[in-house]
Write a protein that binds this ligand. Sequence first.
Ligand SMILES: NC(=O)c1ccc[n+]([C@@H]2O[C@H](COP(=O)([O-])OP(=O)(O)OC[C@H]3O[C@@H](n4cnc5c(N)ncnc54)[C@H](O)[C@@H]3O)[C@@H](O)[C@H]2O)c1
Length: 333
Amino acid sequence: MNVLKRAAVVGLGGQAQEDHLPGLADCQFADLVAVCDTDPARAAAPAKAHAVPGYTDLKALLHKERPDFVIAAVPHHAGRKVIEACAAAGVHVMKEKPFATDPHEAAELAALCDNSGIELMVTVQRRFHPVYTAALQLLEQIGTPYLVEGRYTFHCPDPAAGWRGDAKLAGGGALVDMGYHLIDLLIWYLGLPDRVLADTSAAAAPDKEYDAEDTALVHLAYDCGLYGSLLISRSAGPKAERLTVTGPRGSVVVERGSARRLDPAGHLIESLTREPAWPAAAAAQIDCFCRVLDGTRPNPSGPTTHLAHAAFLAAAYASKATATARDPKEFLV
Ligand SMILES: NC(=O)c1ccc[n+]([C@@H]2O[C@H](COP(=O)([O-])OP(=O)(O)OC[C@H]3O[C@@H](n4cnc5c(N)ncnc54)[C@H](O)[C@@H]3O)[C@@H](O)[C@H]2O)c1
């Protein structure tokens, strides 16, 4: 792989600044050639800092710069139009999670990628972190899992702020946003559950107007007997991220940057730690996508993989609306 791929970043908010622009500076196989944000002020600063053209119109960028791929880090409701514009121009897409805001959008976008021949990889950076991959091997040692407990919490001062406070724009709240990572781990490690029963609330800031849940609790069960829950909150601190899977021979606990295997009494058998916890996931994802584009690596996080995530989320939101358990498979389009 000698020639650097030409990359453009679309959506220059928090995630682009924190992960994708530094990731492009650090990666092996791609070079930033342009940036785009519908807000001219947001486009101007990174354009100047990285000495690349800044655009407010994605179609103009695609036409003039002809990038090999776009990294899309836009609000959830804007994702579809970005993917459609890229597909029309034959430009590949690395899409920030979520892939889509509902199962129909997910199915339509998956078909669009297929028909237009573009690759799309959804960024779920835990899949590029060796500790989360190693946890898969540890899981083989605990026997058949019967219990799973996930928790991802932190405190954001204003859950009503911006597009994240509006369920229609965000496609939901904490569950579709930060919860997507935990749902991805669950599906990766254990598959799609057979039943989910969810409760959600937007009650942490009673003086604010917002309808996107700040907190969600999802009970889940598999026909094989495995069951458990995921608690997601962007209002209830402390900051914590953990997934624990328990079987007859013990548990595996995966946290940010560490995985532990415990015996049935909870005593440590072995542990793996990565220090620092997150040195290079953004660059690793970009390089992986370049290898996917070169045909030297399969796409680990393509559109069809993420139909399950959209189905899980739709089932959880339908469960909350109907106060009944729902089967995510009914929401696979
Ligand atoms: N993987 C992670 O850990 C992680 C962390 C944070 C955010 N994200 C994801 O990244 C995405 C962006 O989140 P954020 O926190 O950066 O949001 P943000 O609001 O900080 O930034 C979004 C930017 O997109 C711009 N924008 C809106 N519509 C646009 C369009 N049509 N074309 C171009 N630009 C447009 C906005 O002006 C804004 O600058 C979301 O999908 C979010 O879920 C992922």
